[in-house]
Design a protein around this ligand. Structure first.
Ligand SMILES: NC(=O)c1ccc[n+]([C@@H]2O[C@H](COP(=O)([O-])OP(=O)(O)OC[C@H]3O[C@@H](n4cnc5c(N)ncnc54)[C@H](OP(=O)(O)O)[C@@H]3O)[C@@H](O)[C@H]2O)c1
Length: 339
């Protein structure tokens, strides 16, 4: 089979090499998947740049997100059959409940082999059914950013009621999925973006207010104005230390800031006094359990939600696809189709 391998950590995309590998066979409890599409995440680049805390195994197959069709099952597989359409869970050992301390050791796309290959084997417990109304390309967008957004918006305790206001930052894929889930719950969404064209697309999705964070550097003041000075109930914080101080100003007293990303940095000092004085709940969220992914997939089916895809590339163009992910011009997921 054709696959990509990570041949040297620390060289960015230079580390990706297209290689011919022996076809895998499913062991006990495993399924063999013909991968039809993968989608890309900033994390995939962090892994090959040596910026992810846990390095991949030697000659690992890159890319966490992928979807395909089961073409064979190993001994003892009872939950799946040939022909089933599935996506892989990013965390292979976080089945449900609390986040296990060692979960990151069993993540697809490093440390474990990822999905950028024509064939992969996965345990029957580590895959989720693709909603019937979604294509493989759309199914490939679900494992990382959709589950992260689901976890942030839907699994926060206490749950918010319809009418709550959620603030999203930028139009990365986490934010777009968070907007879709929030709107489906009857929440009001305020979003930021740097682009007029993207602002129009956000409004057409149902976002109530869009603020241009480039033109309006003090966007938190606009958020407060739009919420009668109270602030929003939840911020989906993908920016990191560059945006966190403004997110803390934007959230209401007792509200929730869910820290997910680090687009603007992660190590700068932060004034923590608003957290204390406003009694803000600041919570990290990263992807989610297999159970969360499964419930999310059922909800996407029920609501007929469609992931937003920016562009689909061919297998041989996987490195070009990554350049597209980095240019910040995209609106939605970057997908690589595998024929
Ligand atoms: N914790 C986890 O498990 C987890 C899971 C998934 C992702 N993440 C992280 O979450 C972040 C977002 O991921 P993604 O896949 O959604 O990224 P993405 O699709 O690459 O996001 C790119 C977009 O981010 C927006 N952006 C950049 N700088 C910004 C700023 N200063 N303020 C507001 N928006 C800004 C831009 O939106 P506009 O073009 O609209 O301005 C840009 O188009 C990344 O840091 C990623 O590593 C973490």
């Amino acid at each position: 089979m054709q696959a990509f391998n990570i041949v040297e950590i620390g060289k960015g995309l230079e580390s990706w090499r297209q290689v011919e590998l022996p076809d895998p066979t499913p062991g006990p409890g495993q399924v063999l998947i013909r991968v039809k599409a993968v989608s890309l995440n900033p994390r995939d680049l962090m892994v090959v740049s040596g910026h992810f805390p846990i390095p991949p195994k030697e000659k690992a197959i890159p890319v966490s997100d992928g979807a395909g069709e089961i073409i064979a099952v190993g001994p003892g597989v009872t939950r799946w059959k040939v022909g089933d359409r599935v996506f892989g869970s990013y965390y292979q050992q976080w089945h449900n409940g609390q986040f296990p301390a060692d979960a990151e050791l069993y993540a697809l796309g490093g440390p474990l082999d990822g999905m950028l290959a024509q064939l992969v084997t996965l345990p029957q417990s580590g895959i989720i059914r693709i909603p019937d109304h979604l294509s493989y390309e759309e199914g490939s967008t679900l494992p990382v950013t959709a589950v992260t957004a689901w976890n942030a918006v839907m699994e926060s305790v206490p749950r918010m009621n319809p009418g709550a206001t959620v603030l999203t930052l930028g139009t990365g894929s986490v934010s777009l999925f968070a907007i879709q889930f929030a709107l489906a719950c009857g929440f009001r969404v305020i979003a930021t973006t740097s682009s007029q064209g993207k602002a129009e697309r956000l409004q057409s999705m149902g976002v109530s207010y869009v603020i241009n964070y480039k033109e309006n550097a003090n966007w938190q003041e606009e958020v407060l104005r739009l919420t009668n000075g109270l602030g929003v109930d939840q911020v989906i914080e993908v920016g990191g230390t560059g945006t966190l101080p403004k997110s803390l100003e934007s959230v209401r007293s007792g509200g929730l800031v869910t820290l997910i990303g680090l687009l603007t940095g992660f190590a700068d000092p932060i004034n923590t006094s608003p957290i204390l004085f406003k009694k803000i709940r600041l919570q990290g969220a990263g992807v989610g359990s297999i159970e969360m992914a499964d419930v999310m997939a059922h909800t996407i089916t029920a609501l007929k939600l469609k992931p937003v895809i920016a562009e689909v590339f061919k297998f041989e163009e996987a490195k070009d696809a990554f350049a597209k992910l980095q240019d910040d011009q995209h609106f939605g997921k970057i997908v690589v189709r595998i024929d």
